[in-house]
Design a protein. Structure first.
Lengths: 176, 527
């Protein structure tokens, strides 16, 4: 133990302060949105909101933005949102993509595996109604044709701050 | 040696005359052969050019000519040309001799053509479906045929996919997916394991098949720009550029050099942010989370930079046919160079973090080896190929706007995770150099373009070296100016196979890092 303490005194802080500005971002906007999000989650979900993400045929753009909101710059975990590995641990499913026929069964099974009340949020234009992939021979034109959805976050893909803004809107609305 | 010499040589060797062979553009040659000569011609081109099949696809011309056309495409670095071997297959007898038993790189394409067009490759070693899963799609409906109508789908009995079985005492199977634990696309991986090491890996993909190629059809090229940007969300710019350059070729639009330099800048930005994701991913997949966090801050910086420069974090809506919608101003390039400078500094410390860590190096070295011979046989392309000692890069091989730009291709031969990591690290450095040179060239570059609305050939190939490897768009446009066929090949389509060949011998916990080192697209593969 003494070694570890000694080491950290000698080396000092090896990490560095992350300034959202260094990623060309406006930090006060991020902080105020984050604060509001945290308040909402404190109120409705006892401080933590766990999401299971499912890709049903997205182009990967929406996933990339979902990953971005958990990077150290946005770090949505500090506001109470986390992504979990199993639908059994999830408060909500976050679904992207127009639902390829090949994913229909997997989506249904994931939905059935999660605890009630089965909240479902769709993210990205193609999850709503197929978007740009609408009326293809192999898509089911949106998640709502497979499982009931509670809320939609539009965009192609929605930017990280927009995802957070829409989440707030979701908590404020009468979706819960 | 001129390129037609090789055509003559092959004619001589086969003791036949090709039906025709003509250049369509200065970089495309079409060699037309009889159906019975198709296989051998392709094999000889494959051998002589020492090149794998880059594309193999069919076009439905049954409505006006009563036949299908089959195209097999090889790249020749030596002649800076794409060779298209073409044959016709009559509608009433839709079969041809399979190429894949002697040329493995044709295998996936043949399976695709079979299910999409109903063209039977005789004596093919693998007759399973690829894109249309047996569980959800009935037999006998071929979606890429012109006569296909979704309403005609017969609800016939659906079957189950047969995985290859690995059997023996103590061998067990670990099936994973399609829904994975992380935030990632869907795919099914089936490991056969004996003790710790993987002895076989079978990958079943295409859970994100959306019928993209069909969606391009019967639309004006301008209407399809956005669609090309949604084929693979992390290669938005590479895909839209490849699509635009195919259209530009067909419409005989000469793009201004200035536009090309700007496109090259955006392409490199795309490469940088994706390589950063990959490098961070490789670190976190062996449990080294700090560099991952560090790299994701850098990635976010590049995405925000993209946003500042163009209004889109993923460079959407920039490419338009004949140019770009957003020119870089002096302020933009200043911001670009400044951001790259600080990025470079951070990148140096990221590199140090990784290379100085003994445990990390131990995990990536000699893990997931893909040797050169397999890579060549399977037809691995792009970044993964360069890590296995195959030095191909469309930017170098075909030049175009890269002629005046100096950059090096990383030389790696080991084909392990470390080699792929090294390639990605040095490509980021090269990308920064390329951008800096492009910015300099921008000031003096000509911005005029000539636009001739003369339909020359009605088909053509657009190609771009995306960050994963070549992105190819072959387009055919009909009399009305609408797209008749659009064949897309993303580097992922070739490279997923590389992953399944590199896994055996490794332990299951090393699979994520092997996977991340290839960093392949689900959507770009599945279309
Ligand atoms: S909404 Fe757009 S970015 Fe998101 S998955 Fe669909 S096409 Fe891709």
């Amino acid at each position: 133990m003494i070694e570890i303490i000694k080491n950290s005194i000698i080396k000092g802080c090896v990490t560095r302060q992350i300034k959202p500005e260094s990623a060309l971002l406006n930090s006060s906007e991020l902080e105020s949105i984050g604060k509001e999000l945290r308040n909402m989650i404190n109120k409705h979900f006892n401080r933590s909101f766990h999401i299971r993400e499912v890709d049903t045929g997205s182009c990967g753009g929406c996933e990339s933005e979902i990953i971005a909101i958990s990077n150290p710059v946005y770090d949505i975990q500090r506001f109470g949102v986390d992504f979990v590995a199993s639908p059994r641990h999830a408060d909500a499913l976050l679904v992207t993509g127009p639902v390829s026929k090949n994913m229909e069964l997997a989506l249904k099974r994931t939905y059935e595996a999660m605890p009630k009340p089965n909240l479902v949020i769709t993210l990205g234009d193609c999850a709503l109604n197929g978007g740009i992939f609408k009326d293809s021979y192999y898509t089911l034109n949106g998640v709502k044709n497979v499982i009931p959805i509670n809320f939609h976050i539009p965009g192609c893909p929605p930017k990280p701050l927009d995802i957070m803004r829409y989440m707030i809107k979701f908590f404020k609305g009468d979706n819960l | 040696m001129a390129y037609n010499q090789i055509i003559k040589d092959i004619e001589k060797e086969m003791k036949i005359n090709f039906l025709s062979s003509e250049p369509a553009f200065n970089d495309e040659v079409y060699v037309k052969v009889r159906r019975e000569d198709f296989k051998n011609t392709c094999l000889l081109f494959h051998k002589k050019l020492k090149a794998p099949v880059m594309m193999l696809f069919a076009v439905d011309e049954t409505q006006n000519k009563g036949m299908f056309k089959l195209y097999c495409v090889f790249e020749s670095v030596q002649f800076k040309k794409w060779f298209f071997i073409v044959t016709e297959i009559p509608e009433n007898n839709p079969e041809y001799e399979s190429l894949s038993s002697e040329m493995y790189s044709a295998s996936l394409f043949e399976r695709e053509i079979k299910e999409m067009f109903g063209l039977e490759p005789n004596l093919s070693p693998d007759s399973r479906r690829l894109n249309l899963h047996d569980e959800v799609w009935p037999e006998g409906s071929y979606p890429l045929r012109k006569s296909f109508d979704i309403k005609d789908i017969k609800e016939s009995l659906k079957k189950e996919y047969v995985f290859r079985k690995t059997e023996g005492e103590g061998v067990f199977e670990v099936p994973v997916g399609p829904v994975h634990a992380g935030i990632i696309g869907p795919g099914h991986f089936r490991f056969s394991v004996a003790g710790e090491p993987i002895i076989n890996l079978e990958i079943r993909l295409v859970f994100t098949h959306r019928g993209v190629e069909k969606l391009f059809e019967n639309k004006l090229p301008e209407e399809c720009l956005k669609l090309s940007e949604c084929v693979s969300g992390d290669s938005v710019f590479a895909h839209s550029w490849a699509f635009c350059s195919a259209v530009e070729k067909i419409k005989v639009i000469k793009v201004a050099p200035k536009t090309n330099y700007q496109r090259a800048i955006f392409l490199e930005l795309e490469r940088i942010y994706n390589h950063l994701t990959g490098i961070g991913g490789i670190a976190v997949d062996v449990g080294f989370s700090f560099p991952h966090a560090y790299a994701s801050i850098m990635k976010e910086t590049v995405l925000s930079l993209n946003d500042k420069l163009t209004g889109s974090r993923y460079l959407k809506g920039i490419n338009i046919i004949g140019g770009i919608s957003k020119e870089l101003s002096g302020n933009d390039t200043a911001l670009l160079l400044e951001t790259l400078k600080s990025l470079k500094k951070d990148f140096e410390s990221l590199k140090k973090m990784l290379y100085a860590n003994f445990t990390f190096m131990d995990r990536v070295e000699t893990t997931g080896i893909l040797n050169k011979v397999i890579a060549q046989d399977v037809g691995i392309t792009g970044m993964a190929a360069r890590a296995s000692g195959i030095n191909r890069d469309l930017r170098k091989d075909f030049g175009a706007c890269y002629n005046k730009i100096e950059f090096n291709l990383p030389e790696q031969t080991k084909g392990d995770v470390l080699a792929r990591l090294n390639v990605r690290i040095s490509e980021i450095e090269q990308s920064i150099l390329i951008i800096q040179q492009c910015v300099l060239l921008l000031n003096s570059a000509d911005s005029s373009f000539n636009y001739e609305l003369l339909l020359g050939n009605k088909f053509g190939l657009g190609y771009v070296e995306g960050w994963r490897g070549p992105v190819l768009y072959w387009l055919k446009i009909n009399e009305a100016g609408l797209i008749d066929r659009c064949k897309i090949v993303d580097a992922s389509f070739h490279n997923w196979q590389g992953l399944s060949y590199c896994a055996p011998g490794n332990i299951v916990p090393d699979f994520p890092v092997c996977n991340k080192s290839f960093d392949l697209s689900y959507s770009g593969n599945d279309l």
